[in-house]
Design a protein around this ligand. Structure first.
Ligand code: HEC
Length: 187
């Protein structure tokens, strides 16, 4: 079961299966060919309570809101069952590399972002970064999750995405380098 929360500029994704549940963002994974129960919240709603993607690989779901009219994409990956299960188990686990806690807190990132096992209880809600490095794009758009883009995003996200609600982060070059390396370790 997946709940897809429309956060305006990004997607919050809540997964539940058996006793396990976790929150992630922006990249929807489903097992190929399986019937997945989906609940949409926010402007995007569906009369279809289920989703089936029958072709393996990377897709783009298009969500359409009738009024006010809006169209957004959701990066979607359909994996075979074994691969999906590996992804699910990994996502449900807290971050393995926990060394970034002081870095994240000192740079102010923990005001808004969760990295499970590292920083929690942010005062503002932003995408969960626990396994950020396993996502292929940044910020729910076609921006590759690569070193250069990630550095640029952290300093001034609005230069890369007009509507971003992430403020500029005034971090010096050494801290930025450490932040990017840390985020890249979060598989
Ligand atoms: C005031 C809240 C706030 C602070 C502080 C903040 N962020 Fe963000 N961040 C956001 C929001 C909101 C988004 C989603 C923006 C969007 O997609 O339009 C985001 C997105 C991101 C993303 C992309 C996530 C994804 O799923 O693609 C990364 C990476 C990120 N922030 C890293 C950082 C780092 C590193 C810091 C600290 C230097 C930081 N953020 C500080 C609010 C914040």
């Amino acid at each position: 079961m997946i709940t897809i929360n429309d956060m305006g500029e990004w997607w919050q994704l809540v997964y539940r299966r058996g006793g396990a549940s976790f929150v992630t963002a922006n990249e929807l994974h489903v097992p190929v060919g399986a019937v997945v129960s989906v609940t949409w919240s926010g402007a995007f709603r569906s009369r279809e309570p289920a989703l089936v993607i029958d072709r393996q690989g990377r897709h783009q779901l298009t969500a359409v809101a009738i009024w006010p009219p809006r169209l957004r994409h959701l990066a979607t990956i359909a994996d075979d069952t074994a691969e999906f299960d590996r992804w699910f188990v990994r996502e449900a686990t807290p971050a393995v590399n926990r060394s970034g806690a002081p870095l994240f807190t000192n740079a102010g990132c923990s005001l808004c972002h969760v990295i499970r096992g590292v920083v929690a209880e942010p005062s503002m809600i932003a995408p969960d970064l626990t396994h950020f490095a396993s996502r292929r794009t940044i910020a729910a758009i076609d921006l590759p999750n690569e070193h250069g883009y990630l550095s640029g995003w952290i300093v001034n996200s609005r230069a890369l995405k007009h509507g971003s609600e992430m403020p500029e982060n005034n971090v010096d070059a050494a801290v930025l380098h450490q932040l990017v390396s840390y985020l890249e370790s979060l598989r």
